[in-house]
Ligand binder design. Sequence first.
Ligand SMILES: [Zn+2]
Length: 148
Amino acid sequence: MGHIQNKSLDSVAQSVVLEGTVRSVALVVGCADPRIHFDREDWLFQQYGEKALIDRIILAGATKEIDVVLRQVKLLHHHHQFPKLILTHHEDCVAYGGAACPIHGHAGILYNNKALFEEVLPVDVEIEMYVQTLDGLFLPAHEHLLIS
Ligand SMILES: [Zn+2]
């Protein structure tokens, strides 16, 4: 059972090469902070398998330089046609003043910018948003919005 499951995960994760076109399984946007790098990679491997072709945009502040990120997202989708965009921010990000921007602050930023990503991608691209803790948890942004 486990073997079959792994095999199907693998086949989902593998690239499909069609007429010279590389297709990735997802694009991940995340911060350059080295404290969160390995947990993010482990999390991706757990979900997609070790050999998955995953596009990555790694920039200080993740989505902070939104125009740069949107251009890169659009370009990478044009080339690799990923079906899923994963936007991640993280706890204690210095690009947002560290502790001055708590988890719900990051969740709000991600949530508020979602429409900008929808504008540059086809409607069938799924967009997931997470705030990564320094402990390596990935908290879904929509569950951590501050409701006023
Ligand atoms: Zn950061």
